[in-house]
Each structure stands twice: as C-alpha cells, then as structure tokens.
Design a protein around this ligand. Structure first.
Ligand code: F6R
Length: 260
C-alpha cells in the first residue's frame, strides 16, 4: 500500500489526476471505476482541465461507477448519474455508450447486478478504481459487515452514512436507504486502486483502513490485501496515521525507477 500525503485536497487531487492521465496516455482504451460524493470533485475538475488544456483524450475510455441509489431516476439531482454528468461526463469527450452507472430504476435489480458484473468483465475489468471512504469505513456502499468477497448487489445504508449524505437531499424522506453497489470483491479485482480522503472527519476511518486489522467491520481495510492500492490524503485525513512521517519521507524521496 502506498500512502501519499499532500498539504491540501487540491494537490492530492492533482497527483491522482496525473496518475489517471498517465494511464490513459499509456492505454487510451483504459477502463476506469469512478466514485461520486464530495471527495473526487477536485480530481474530476483537474481531469477536465487536462482535457481542455492538454488534450487528454477520453474518446476510447470506458467508465463504470461504483454505486447508485435505488428509486432515483437518472434525472434526479441527487442521483449519481446526474452527479457524474455534471461533474465530469459533460465536460470531456467520453463516449456516452461507454459510461456505465448502476440503474437504480431497474425493474429486476438482482438481474441488473449480474449484468453489471458481466459488463465489467466484458470490458476487460477495471484498470483503475477511484474510491472515497465513508466515516464508517465503507468503500462503494459496502457498509460494515459487507462480505469481503461480495459482488455488485443491493445494500442498505447505515444511519451514519445516511446522516453523512443527508446534505444532498432537500428532505430526509426523499433519501433512499437502499443502493446498488459494486461489491468489495468487484473493487478488489481492479488492477489499481486510488482511494482519496480529505478532512479531519476522515482521519479515523483512514487510520483504521491503512493500519488497523483487516476486517469486514471496516471494509476499506481489505485494501491492505490489494497489490496496488494508493491512498491520496491531505494532512487532515492523514492525522491519525502512526507512520505518517515515514509515508511522507517515502514519497518525497521516491526514486525515479519506482513507477508512479
Ligand atoms: C460514492 C461512494 C462512497 C463515497 C463515500 C465518501 O460513489 O462510493 O463510498 O466515496 O461515502 O463520500 P464523500 O466523498 O462525500 O465524503
């Protein structure tokens, strides 16, 4: 696990965008797994800037989003389809036919989930998965006690996650409790994982994920088993890490022969 600590969310997001841009340049038909929420907004902004100013080409890229609320139409302002359209898709040259987001309005959701897994497989699997982290340690919407081998399926949000995300809804009655999410097993199959976390609210969850025991009660901790997981943190989110100084030194002195 590589832990990169930057002074602020902006610089950490720039590091993340450079990693993604490097992948797309090397592999123009790369398959990206994407996240929503507040955390990746600056990352997407930087990718948009690179598209406009540096001709970063998304024309052959395929994207799969992690999750979606059940019962929200793609037009709903809190749906993740809407979020992705506003924060990334409409600003870059992604082919709409290569943007996949779980369908929260699907009539037969278990069947939809099987198809989503099949679509990821058919695309060749994710080259890189972007993740945020919940204050309760969730990745995607795999809440504590999720199977560490789980696949795309329906999950029920915890009270903590509902409270954390209430800001996206005009009133609590409109906030769905159920979601479709890629499973932990699905996420773990991505060739590379970039987890972003910013702010002191995430410090405890980040410390548990990186330095605590691997447990289904803190799903992000399973990334300790991933062969290429990178945590991109600002100082506040890194504040609870025991080996904080060590991680900083390692990154600041990274030899050229080590890949980015
Ligand atoms: C979103 C997702 C979630 C969020 C997490 C953090 O697609 O999968 O795991 O990444 O809830 O959300 P923010 O970034 O809003 O703090």
């Amino acid at each position: 696990m590589e832990i990169i600590i930057q002074s602020d969310p902006q610089s950490a997001s720039q590091v993340g965008a450079r990693i993604i841009a490097g992948l797309i340049k090397k592999k123009p038909d790369a398959v990206l797994g994407l996240a929503t929420g507040s955390t990746p907004v600056l990352l997407y902004r930087e990718l948009i800037r690179m598209h406009r100013e540096e001709a970063l080409d998304f024309g052959r890229v395929t994207v799969f989003n992690l999750d979606e609320y059940i019962g929200l139409s793609p037009e709903h302002s809190a749906s993740y389809r809407h979020f992705m359209y506003e924060n990334l898709f409409r600003h870059v040259n992604l082919n709409p036919e290569r943007t996949f987001i779980p369908d929260g309005m699907a009539k037969d959701i278990p069947r939809f989930c099987l198809r989503y897994e099949a679509q990821i497989r058919q695309a060749g699997g994710m080259d890189l998965q972007v993740l945020g982290i919940g204050t309760d340690g969730h990745i995607g919407f795999n809440e504590p006690s999720s199977s560490l081998a789980s696949r795309t399926r329906i999950k029920t949000l915890t009270a903590e996650t509902l409270a954390d995300n209430a800001r996206f809804f005009d009133c609590p009655e409109n906030q769905p409790r159920h979601v479709i999410t890629m499973g932990v097993g699905t996420i773990m199959e991505a060739s590379r994982v970039l987890l972003l976390a910013f702010g002191e609210k995430k410090a405890a969850a980040v410390a548990e994920a990186a330095e605590g025991p691997v447990t289904a009660m803190h799903p992000a901790s399973v990334l300790q088993f991933h062969p290429a997981a990178t945590f991109l943190l600002d100082e506040a989110a890194a504040a609870g890490l025991k080996k904080h100084q060590y991680y900083r030194w390692v990154y600041d002195h990274k030899p050229d022969w080590q890949q980015s």
